[in-house]
Design a protein around this ligand. Structure first.
Ligand code: NAG
Ligand code: NAG
Ligand code: NAG
Length: 396
């Protein structure tokens, strides 16, 4: 396109716009009275506006509104079109709230085409950040354990003033007002989490949380989080694993679904197979399955096969979730009790501790008996483990 045709085209366009405006006498103004109302639902704001006064006489055209807001969770603008004059959206209240609304007109008055106001009405709301001390809490995480109870945890920020006290508030659609945490989790004397029983929080709906608090130096900087609990499920670890040798050098592994309320059909499994070969070499393999059994061929030179499993909600039941803890390992053949990976370290140390204590007590008793026997003085002994027999022996 050469510059001449471009100029002509531009002129035609100007003429068209001019003639259209002249003929209809119609300029589309942006909406008026744009307001943002905070009902106190920890981030859900109600945006409302009214149609421009200049269009109040127009009745043969449909007025539509285009509302754009800066989505602080996605870090980009989100736009919606609506015939209503109100809209609710979720905002992070620690950030600036920015909203723009334009008017759209369509119908006989515009000859059927869609005409948008050349400008928009804008509203910018700064976060109420004055007077807060410290920085927000860190690593806020909620886990829906076994679909039975929800535990949310956070970490204090290093800049927190001493003697500050955190509070957690939450809100969802079924609540009229925000509520405070029903049961705080306290560790080392400070609140760092909250426990909810199952019926406290509904699934498939946004739940807004706010962790704020007070300190001798003033209110703490709040944190806002919005989530849906079905995406935070952590199933229990599988309990019973059965491993047996099948025909053709195969190993048959099966397990039971974990305790809790997670529906079995929602689980996918990861199976870890540890093959111990000659010279203590280990070969680790992972399998993913929706079944609760696995048949695995073994090779001639494998000395030992160990399996453990863990589970997670699959994508047809939730967008995401947490892996359960690993089950205990089950091995074939089952030998080597103390080195068995399934043998829990805590159990081993507990057994060892008990054995050592018993041994020490025995030594103590033997020592006491021996010293008494040497001094040949018969007197009442105060030995903890075998008082009566020792005394009897000495008296005899
Ligand atoms: C507007 O509508 C009138 C009557 O229906 C028609 O004659 C005219 O050509 C239309 N103008 C445009 C720009 O479409
Ligand atoms: C459009 O609207 C904004 C805010 O409502 C205003 O600041 C700006 O000057 C307007 N622009 C024009 C071209 O009218
Ligand atoms: C924390 O937030 C709740 C809910 O918005 C509010 O009622 C409470 O006053 C706040 N507490 C502090 C110390 O700011």
């Amino acid at each position: 396109m050469d510059s001449k045709t471009w100029q002509i085209n531009q002129a035609t366009l100007m003429l068209l716009i001019l003639s259209w405006t002249l003929c209809s006498g119609l300029t589309v103004d942006p909406p008026e009275d744009l307001a943002i109302i905070d009902p106190g639902h920890l981030g859900v704001l109600q945006i409302q506006w009214s149609p421009p006064n200049s269009l109040s006489n127009i009745t043969d055209c449909q007025k539509i509104f285009q509302m754009e807001y800066f989505n602080t969770y996605r870090n980009k603008w989100t736009a919606i079109q609506t015939a209503k004059t109100t809209y609710s959206a979720q905002f992070d209240l620690t950030k600036e709230v920015r909203v723009r609304v334009s008017t759209l007109l369509r119908g006989p008055c515009t000859n059927g085409s869609l005409v948008k106001s050349t400008n928009y009405t804008e509203h910018i709301q700064k976060p109420a950040s004055t007077g807060f001390v410290g920085t927000p809490v860190q690593d806020f995480i909620c886990v829906f354990h076994m679909m039975e109870y929800i535990q949310c945890n956070w970490k204090r920020s290093p800049e927190q003033p001493r003697n500050s006290l955190h509070t957690l508030y939450f809100w969802h659609m079924e609540l009229g007002q925000t509520e405070e945490c029903p049961k705080y989790i306290i560790s080392n004397g400070v609140r760092n989490g909250c426990n909810f029983t199952r019926n406290f929080l509904p699934d498939f709906t946004d739940i807004n949380f706010c962790v704020n608090g007070s300190s001798p130096e003033g209110p703490l900087k709040p944190t806002f989080i919005s989530l849906q609990i079905q995406n935070h499920v952590k199933p229990a670890a599988a309990k019973t694993l059965n491993l047996q040798a099948g025909p053709y050098r195969q190993l048959e592994l099966c397990w039971e679904s974990p305790v809790g309320r997670v529906p079995e059909h929602c689980l996918e499994w990861e199976v870890e197979h540890n093959q111990e070969g000659p010279e203590g070499k280990h070969l680790l393999q992972q399998y993913f399955t929706k079944q609760m059994s696995l048949t695995q061929p073994t090779t001639q030179d494998t000395k030992r096969n160990c399996f453990r499993v863990r589970s997670k909600l699959h994508k047809y039941c939730a967008d995401r979730g947490f892996w359960s803890d690993w089950s205990h390992s089950t091995c074939y053949p089952e030998e080597k009790i103390f080195l068995k990976p399934g043998w829990d370290a805590a159990a081993v140390s507990a057994h060892a501790a008990v054995a050592i204590i018993i041994l020490l007590l025995l030594l103590l008793c033997v020592g006491a008996v021996f010293s008494i026997w040497r001094s040949r003085r018969v007197k009442k002994l105060d030995c903890v483990c075998a008082k009566k027999p020792v005394v009897t022996v000495m008296e005899a």
